[in-house]
Design a protein around this ligand. Structure first.
Ligand code: 5AD
Ligand code: SF4
Length: 461
């Protein structure tokens, strides 16, 4: 069969989609070029906001309607909304062939056999009593790969649906992760991003090491030890981990970022609000001052540290003063980029019991104000890079301008660059930055950057 995946949502979903694609290809199926060409279409869904679910349901409706002209085509749904709504999706969309839960990607080949044998409307959701089946298959050939290290989430942020749809935390054994990274590096991957909803909790849910495994750097916490072991794998040139939580920025994590070769000086550290009152209602477990303290410790450890974040506007009871506190925090923390979300009540979350009392128009206004603030801030921070030379991991031809290449700096900034000598994806190149926009840097390749293996750290943003 030829398959097509439509993915909404976060990096975790992107990773799940890749593992499904790899499972399908291992079973002999091939990627389709478009919907008309596909025998199997899967919508990989997100539940984080109402709108994300509406979009996916709309897409599934169109795909199910398309079965009138292509009755053989299979249409399935996976991801967070599939897990949250389960069999109820079949009531709304009876033509759906299957509904696959968030930890069930590896069941897909068997489901396809069952569909071929005449079954219809198969629902396979997570069973909390069964050990999770970790997505570990990869498509070959990517320079940059996501590796899931922590499944689920044990925090109970008041607004968030994730603990319901992705289950309790489960940390993968370090040995399995290291084997996965070894084989990725051997097939050409140069950058790995270790994924977990709250990745700094790695190893806190269950043991992950064989007891005798030593740490050359004397690290005792599990995430630093994992970063150290990944860094020692030949071929790995860059290591990232996401998403962070301010309370997880321990002195060891900060030291690991500073000292372990290849760990990039960038964190995505969602703050959500700058108001202590709202942070309390959100049950985030820190104050604005504690967040800024974590940022200060990271910045003093790494001169070129870059920081990105998530902010929610219009959480129940958020006042103008609360909102202004968020604006001040964004400025004080100097975010290189911020993802801004309008609060959306999610069923069964603690915040769903509160009145969604910030009017939509006001949420939109606050959203717009923060977007404009962030644009100015991003422009200012990026302009400070003009004239500098950054190590850029070349990813491929720029989608917007095929005369240019695109890559990322150690600080995860997008760099669009011109080059004379031929390069291939995966090269580390030195790019002299000549201009800046809020979301990207522009420049030209000078000399090839030396392999940074063994050198102390990447030292450019
Ligand atoms: N409403 C709006 N934004 C939300 N997020 C999570 N839940 C909600 C919600 N109910 C945002 C948070 C999180 C990001 C992935 O999505 O900012 O960090
Ligand atoms: Fe990712 Fe959360 Fe959306 Fe699920 S609900 S795809 S975990 S952002």
């Amino acid at each position: 069969m030829k398959y097509l995946l439509h993915t909404y949502g976060c990096q975790m979903n992107v990773r799940d989609a890749e593992s499904v694609a790899a499972c399908l290809e291992a079973a002999g199926h091939l990627p389709a070029i478009n919907e008309a060409d596909a025998d199997l279409i899967i919508v990989n869904t997100c539940s984080v906001r109402d709108k994300a679910e509406d979009k996916a349901v709309g897409k599934l409706g169109l795909l199910c309607a398309g079965k009138r002209t292509a009755p053989q085509r299979l249409v399935g749904v996976m991801g967070c909304m599939a897990q949250r709504r389960g069999a109820a999706l079949l009531k709304r969309l009876p033509q759906l062939d299957f509904v696959l839960g968030t930890r069930q990607q590896r069941a897909l080949p068997v489901i396809l056999f069952r569909l071929a044998a005449g079954e219809h409307g198969i629902v396979q959701l997570d069973d909390p009593g069964v050990a999770p089946r970790v997505p570990d298959a990869h498509l070959s050939g990517s320079i940059s790969a996501f590796v899931t290290v922590l499944l689920g989430c044990n925090r109970r942020c008041a607004y968030c649906v994730v603990p319901d749809v992705r289950g309790a935390e489960y940390s993968r054994p370090a040995k399995d992760i290291l084997e996965e990274v070894h084989s990725l590096a051997a097939s050409g991957t140069r950058e790995v991003t270790l994924l977990g909803q709250s990745v700094m909790n790695y190893g806190r849910s269950n043991p992950v090491w064989d007891s005798a495994t030593p740490s050359p750097g004397g690290f005792r916490e599990d995430l630093p030890r994992l970063l150290e072991a990944v860094s020692a794998i030949p071929g790995v040139r860059r290591i990232r981990f996401t998403s962070g939580h301010p309370t997880g920025c321990t002195d060891e994590v900060v030291r690991a970022m500073r000292e372990i070769p290849h760990v990039c000086p960038h964190l995505h550290l969602p703050v959500q609000s700058g108001s202590d009152r709202v942070l309390g209602l959100m049950r985030r477990g820190y104050t604005a001052a504690q967040y800024l303290d974590a940022v200060a410790r990271l910045r003093s450890a790494m001169s070129d540290f870059t920081l990105t974040s998530d902010v929610i506007v219009g959480f129940p009871t958020e006042t103008e003063d609360d909102f202004e506190a968020t604006r001040r925090l964004m400025e004080a923390a100097a975010f290189d980029n911020t993802f801004i979300f309008k609060y959306s009540p999610r069923p069964n979350t603690p915040a769903a019991a509160m009145k969604d009392d910030v009017p939509t128009a006001e949420k939109m206004r606050r959203n717009q104000v923060l977007l404009e603030d962030q644009d100015l801030l991003g422009q200012r921070l990026n302009e400070a890079c003009v004239g500098r030379t950054l190590d850029v991991l070349a990813e491929g031809v720029s989608l917007r301008n095929t005369q240019r290449w695109s890559g990322r700096s150690p600080g995860n900034k997008i760099v669009i660059f011109k080059h004379e000598p031929p390069i291939v994806a995966g090269d580390l190149v030195s790019v002299q930055i000549t201009s800046a926009k809020p979301q990207a840097l522009y420049g030209e390749v000078g000399l090839q950057a030396p392999d940074d293996r063994g050198q102390n750290k990447c030292t450019t943003p």
